[in-house]
Design a protein around this ligand. Structure first.
Ligand SMILES: *Cc1c(COP(=O)(O)O)cnc(C)c1O
Length: 360
């Protein structure tokens, strides 16, 4: 039964997704722009997102093979890059059978590759450590690995790295990472891939044969929005509604632990969304919520299923009114600042309890 008693919903605007993809891909016209749809497409629903982007993208990327298998079972046929690569030797043949592109980032994965009965015919993404210190082959091991590969394998290879600071315009770390990868590639002239969203937006010199577009695809900016070279439209709008409304007196407290006290006679709206839905409990008092065309401040602690908001200054508030937590009218970047987190986390944390509605 597809019945929803609450009006709490994540509205996913698929035309906005397509327009973001095309706008961002146009910033790097010489590159193939891979759509990163790990973590259920940053909380937007990987299958719907993949189906929508299929006519436009050369390939998708996810974190690990399980996420890719879900897409294959849903009928997605594009190549899928597995960003963490094979996590066991079994993943290697699985990848070949399903046309998954494996990232190879440690010597164990390389040894699985070398143990194959014949030279691995699939696409090989070789990740080089250039300063992130998370995943990647040390540059001093790269030559030895590349020397073992057949010409055919080298043609099928993409040399890759990941930026730690690309969201900071002009940060020398990014230039040094670009230079490190280029140095290794000098002798080989292999295809390359460096840029994430921030690289695509901030670092044209990092645009490679393939770019890996994540957060910006969803209309969330990894750089200050005033610096954006292209218009991004938020894809997710998180909505709920008012299920309680009360007047309180000066000095009355709201919510668990009496963390918020009215400094004047106030009207408090109770909204049907809480931390079990992915609205973080550490949202500060004052976090904005969009109601009837205005912003109202969060008052008191976030509960599991509800939040409370001071709507004293909002006109004509009624039970049942729609409320936006972030999205089209309230930038998720703004909200994240009040929650001591980033929009990546907010998007990926929206829980399965929140139904999604797709605008096609
Ligand atoms: C998640 C991820 C991306 C996408 O990053 P965004 O900042 O969301 O654009 C690109 N490359 C790798 C290796 C990733 O893990």
């Amino acid at each position: 039964m597809n019945y929803h008693s609450r009006k709490t919903v994540a509205i996913i605007n698929l035309p906005a997704l397509v327009s973001n993809y095309n706008g961002l891909a146009n910033l790097a016209p010489q590159s193939q722009t891979i759509a990163v749809i790990k973590a259920n497409a940053y909380g937007h629903g990987a299958i719907e997102v993949a189906k929508t982007l299929t006519p436009y993208v050369p390939a998708f990327a996810v974190a690990f093979i399980d996420e890719a298998i879900i897409l294959r079972e849903a009928g997605i046929t594009q190549p899928i890059l597995i960003l963490e690569g094979a996590l066991s030797e079994d993943d290697i043949s699985l990848a070949l059978n399903h046309n998954f592109w494996l990232m190879f980032h440690n010597l164990g994965q390389i040894s699985w590759l070398n143990q194959q009965p014949s030279p691995y015919p699939g696409k090989i993404w070789l990740k080089i450590e250039t300063g992130m210190n998370r995943l990647g082959i040390a540059p001093e091991h790269a030559d030895a690995i590349l020397a073992q590969l057949t010409n055919q394998q080298l043609q099928n290879m993409v040399l890759c790295t990941h930026f730690s600071n690309a969201e900071q315009l002009g940060n020398p770390k990014t230039s040094s990472q670009i230079k490190s990868l280029a140095q290794i590639n000098q002798a080989y002239g292999l295809k390359n891939s460096l840029a994430n969203s921030a690289g695509i937006l901030n670092w044209p010199q990092s645009h490679g044969d393939y770019n890996r577009l994540g957060i910006a695809l969803y209309g969330a900016s990894p750089i200050p929005t005033c610096n954006l070279p292209v218009k991004l439209s938020p894809v997710m709008t998180l909505q709920s509604c008012i299920i309680g409304l009360r007047q309180i007196k000066t000095g009355d407290c709201v919510g668990y632990g009496e963390k918020w006290q009215a400094s004047r006679p106030s009207i408090i709206a109770t909204i049907a969304i809480g931390y079990a839905d992915g609205y973080p409990r550490n949202a500060k008092a004052g976090t904005p919520v969009f109601i009837n065309g205005q912003l109202a401040p969060l008052a008191g602690r976030v509960s599991m299923d509800m939040i409370t908001v001071d709507v004293s200054d909002i006109a004509n508030v009624e039970l049942g009114d729609t409320v936006e937590l972030w999205g089209e009218n309230l930038p998720i970047e703004t909200v994240a600042d009040y929650m001591e987190t980033i929009h990546y986390e907010l998007l990926t944390r929206v829980s399965a309890r929140v139904p999604k509605t797709y605008i096609k």
